[in-house]
Write a protein that binds this ligand. Structure first.
Ligand code: ATP
Ligand code: MG
Length: 583
């Protein structure tokens, strides 16, 4: 097992920890040539190999620059950049100096940036040309914003806002900071000081703002790196998420805690399975993390065929992981066949938590299960009264926050401080206290646990379907459909029904060849029956989708990170029902 820079156990909070000082500087001192980032540009022709020593040095300089610009410890800086090395340089400096980093995605439009600037009360914004232009167009509505930094050659653009006098050109300003300057970690910065804020994916509603401390993500993700990703200094790890999502920070913190090299491809185009395969072929990537939607594409026949050629074969891949959405059993099976035995290790976590449940080296992967709780993490499944459920019984996935006695001692620290309330700016820690005295953070997701302790995802609380008294999780139905050769993906939701209250409805995206065969009502009805019979045969018959609609891939509403927004499809079904029934 890997030895991280700082020994970590889930319930032992260190009184002092600073990621940049204790992790980045540690690896830099141990081996000045150890690579922290292996970066490839958009076209994959130009690369940079940057050491921990490089990030250590740059963080002293950039932290000094931030101070000289008047950005103080505890103030928030929103960062929106493509996948360029400066993102990690800047972020490492924020952690050294205590400036609270708020990473957002480049896909945001000006209105989204305004929402985030206002809720976070950000004093600073750092971005590329495009995101700075969006920021400046809303800056006058965000009076707390004082400093804007552009990480690209300054073309002399004027800031059209009274409170921002000028846009700082990052490289020109940094050139004025001496190479050997040192920036000591401030004494006032403790392990529980704020470090990062993230916005959730917005799958179930407007994105929520989540606050993390200096240890809740930067240190606790060492557990993610050790147990799930199985990283160590010999590994090169590629995660496909863009830095605006918490999952990119899972990767950053887990790989650097373990002394691994983070691989980054500055990809700015829509996902293309062929490009993904090329990257895996061209670079020494040992460890891959991709969302299930990417694996679903990679296992399609045409990509599989490429994968199995000399030009398509990954060069060094040994370990694959997935998270963020349920991972269908059939996808894991095909991937294993394609890769001569590499399994996909599914894991569960949220923006609010580190990875708390995962398939891990110590336990064999059970196809379709998200594995077991990470050792020492107080993760459980509870009923509505806060009692731990029996094996096989569905309930809420919950993290036990404390036993109520020795709070600081027993509190698992890989979890957020709370949501920041938009109106008041106050922090709501979302801990439920039950009448049995137990205190849990209830995740909003449903699962059951089997006799071996493995967790099986059922669905988000709001997505579970109630049909004639049966509770049906969409994930199982989607996974069954995915096993059929005609199906690329599907979204299963509740559809209103007079007799059964709700019935299972599947929106199904067909493969090109299956779609070409659905020419008229007759062939459509035939395929619907075939899929229904298939579901009755491969899962409990009461779960089969009574309604099936074939849709184009673009029809499925997704978050910008690619998750299906089932709530929107459920609302659509309700609307259709009301219109049909004259309500
Ligand atoms: P929002 O909270 O804004 O609605 P979100 O919940 O999708 O969006 P994230 O924090 O990015 O925002 O995602 C966490 C959620 O993703 C989990 O609560 C769970 O529903 C889902 N998820 C994560 N990992 C898995 C997994 N391995 N299997 C099934 N679902 C998962
Ligand atoms: Mg959520």
């Amino acid at each position: 097992m890997a030895s991280p820079a700082v020994p970590v156990s889930p319930l032992h909070r260190p009184s002092s920890f600073n990621f940049t000082r204790d992790v980045v500087d540690h690896w830099a001192q141990r081996d000045p040539s150890q690579l922290a980032l292996h970066w490839a540009d958009q076209s994959l022709t130009s690369t940079k190999q940057l050491t921990y020593a490089h990030f250590s040095r740059q963080s002293h300089r950039i932290a000094t620059l931030l101070t000289s610009l008047g950005i103080k410890q505890g103030e928030t800086c929103i960062i929106i950049l493509p996948r360029v090395p400066e993102w990690w340089e800047f972020a490492t400096a924020c952690l050294r100096s205590g400036v609270v980093l708020c990473p957002c995605t480049t896909l945001l439009v000006a209105k989204d940036i305004e929402y985030r600037l206002q809720i976070s009360h950000a004093a600073a914004f750092v971005g590329d040309e495009a995101s700075v232009a969006k920021c400046l167009s809303v800056a006058s509505k965000c009076p707390q914003l004082r400093t804007v930094i552009k990480i690209e050659a300054n073309n002399g653009s004027k800031a059209p806002s009274s409170q921002i006098q000028q846009v700082t050109d990052f490289h020109a300003a940094l050139a004025r900071i001496p190479e050997d300057v040192t920036f000591p970690v401030p004494n006032a910065l403790t392990s529980t000081s704020p470090a990062l804020t993230f916005f959730t994916s917005g799958t179930t509603g407007p994105p929520k703002m989540v606050l993390h401390t200096q240890i809740s993500y930067p240190l606790a993700h060492a557990l993610t790196g050790i147990h799930w990703l199985q990283l160590d200094p010999s590994k090169t790890y590629w995660n496909l998420s863009e830095q605006g999502w918490a999952k990119a920070s899972w990767s950053w913190f887990s790989s650097w805690n373990c002394g691994s090299t983070l691989f980054v491809h500055d990809d700015r185009l829509a996902f293309d399975p062929r490009r993904t395969l090329k990257v895996l072929h061209d670079f020494p990537i040992t460890t891959l993390c991709a969302p299930p939607t990417v694996y679903r594409q990679l296992v399609l026949d045409e990509n599989r065929a490429l994968f199995e050629t000399e030009q398509g074969r990954p060069r060094a891949l040994t370990h694959c992981c997935g998270a963020g959405e349920p991972l269908n059993e059939s996808v894991i099976r095909v991937w294993k066949e394609m890769t001569d035995g590499i399994e996909i290790y599914d894991a569960y976590g949220q923006t609010e938590t580190v990875v708390v449940c995962a398939n891990q080296a110590a336990n064999p992967v059970k196809l379709g299960s998200m594995g077991k709780p990470i050792a020492g993490v107080p993760l459980t499944i509870v009923d509505a009264e806060g009692n731990v459920t029996k094996d096989g019984e569905e309930g809420d996935i919950a993290v036990e926050v404390t036993n109520g006695k020795d709070e600081q001692e027993s509190k698992f620290f890989g979890i957020f401080e709370g949501y920041i309330d938009k109106a008041t700016g106050k922090i709501d820690n979302k801990v439920n206290t039950f009448s049995n005295g137990r205190r849990y953070y209830i995740t909003g997701d449903r699962a059951s646990r089997d006799a071996d302790g493995y967790f099986w995802f059922v669905g988000r609380n709001d997505d579970v379907i109630n049909s004639a008294g049966y509770r049906i999780g969409p994930f199982e139905v989607e996974s069954t459909l995915k096993q059929h050769h005609s199906v690329v993906e599907s979204a299963v939701v509740a559809s209103p029904d007079v007799q059964r209250d709700e019935v299972v409805k599947a929106f199904v995206v067909l493969t090109d060849s299956a779609a070409a065969n659905v020419k008229d009502n007759g062939s459509r009805d035939k395929l619907v029956r075939e899929l229904q019979d298939f579901c009755k045969e491969h899962a409990a018959p009461y779960k089969y989708p009574r309604k099936i609609e074939f849709v184009d891939a673009k029809f499925l509403p997704k978050t910008i990170s690619g998750k299906i927004r089932r709530g929107e499809l459920k609302a659509l079904e309700k609307k259709r029902y009301q219109e049909a029934n004259g309500a």
